[in-house]
Ligand binder design. Structure first.
Ligand SMILES: Cc1ncc(COP(=O)(O)O)c(C=O)c1O
Length: 339
């Protein structure tokens, strides 16, 4: 189980070189991910831009999970793990990315999966999960998952090689570093003139790591950009204190690993949240999201999925139509990563 000799440096290492030896990084995709204007989705005062994470990752599955794994997998290897244990819905993008990228490094993945509304997308995803070689346990409810996870941990425990437990969506502080890196990448693209400085970045919030990382990374890079988070999951606590707490824990991790920096002051108004696009709950389709996905496909050739990105785009379109982003520009993060 060895990491190959791909570039191991990151923008975060360049910004905080003192952590490089203590925080291994393994690049899994081609950075920076592309940015472009979306005139077909600019219906309102703020010009809409895209940062397209969908092609990130050279394994079987892309999107926002890969950036989290760039920090989590090297830690698993560094600490001698053989097994990755994680949880998610039966359509989990996260679980599939863990299984595929972990497999590439010789790591076994064990998944405890909660029920979610089943549609074509979820059915196909469950088939991919089964084909990935992961050991799958259908735990159905959140409570049964909480009770089962320690049993699975014990089952796969080996002397010197305890399973590496990764929380839902990889939103542990180490995984959050993936989107600190993306925040630094956005700043580099602004400085290079590839993108105007966004007033807001819009992302779906499923477990919070993407938003938390962006908040920290954008501040660390000195941008004024705020994060507009569209909460699509009601099975986890995803309010502002929880997300800002995750930012604080990520800052604490960087300090533990040797970072000597004045942590950027994070104010509550660096994050705006909406829960208006959740619908009846996690994974439940809503008509506005289906309409947004159809517009994105027809007008900009973008393929969004119904659980996260279509809801995030629906929120963006409605808020821009109401003038809520002012003059913008607003950056839509396409976190969907099918192959
Ligand atoms: C396609 C997609 N977009 C967005 C998200 C949300 O990211 P996060 O879990 O970091 O909040 C997820 C996963 O939860 C996802 O699979």
């Amino acid at each position: 189980m060895e990491l190959d000799n791909r570039p191991t440096s990151s923008l975060l290492h360049a910004r905080l070189p003192e952590v490089a030896g203590n925080l291994p990084f393994h690049r899994l995709g081609a950075a920076p991910t592309p940015v472009r204007p979306l005139p077909g989705l600019t219906i309102g005062a703020a010009p809409v831009w895209l940062k397209d994470e969908s092609g990130y990752g050279d394994g079987g599955w892309g999107g926002n999970k890969v950036r989290k794994l760039e920090w989590l997998l090297p830690e698993a290897i560094r600490t001698g793990r053989r097994t990755l244990l994680t949880v998610g819905g039966i359509g989990t993008n996260w679980g599939l990315a863990v299984a595929l990228y972990g497999r590439d490094l010789g790591l076994r993945t064990v998944l405890a999966l909660i029920d979610q509304p089943v549609d074509e997308h979820v059915r196909a995803q469950l088939a991919r999960l089964r084909a990935s070689g992961a050991e799958i346990h259908r735990t159905h409810t959140k409570l049964r998952t909480i009770l089962t996870a320690p049993l699975l941990y014990a089952k796969h425990w080996r002397p010197g090689a305890a399973p590496y437990y990764l929380p839902a969506g990889g939103s542990a502080p180490l995984g959050v570093l993936g989107y600190v890196e993306a925040g630094l990448e956005i700043a580099a693209q602004v400085r290079a003139g590839d993108l105007p400085e966004p007033s807001h970045v819009v992302t779906a919030i499923g477990s919070g790591g993407t938003a938390a990382g962006l908040i920290l990374g954008l501040r660390l890079a000195g941008l004024r950009t705020r994060v507009f988070g569209v909460v699509v999951n009601d099975t986890l606590r995803l309010d502002a204190p929880a997300l800002l707490g995750l930012v604080d824990r990520t800052t604490a991790l960087l300090r533990e690993r040797g970072a000597r920096f004045d942590a950027p002051a994070i104010a509550a108004d660096h994050l705006e949240l909406t829960r208006d696009w959740l619908g009846p709950g996690y994974g439940h389709p809503i008509p506005a999201a289906a309409a947004a996905a159809a517009t994105a496909h027809d007008d900009e050739g973008l393929d969004l999925e119904p659980v996260y990105t279509a809801k995030a785009l629906a929120a963006l379109l409605a808020r821009n139509a109401d003038g809520g982003f002012g003059a913008g520009p607003v950056l839509f993060l396409n976190t969907n990563g099918p192959r």
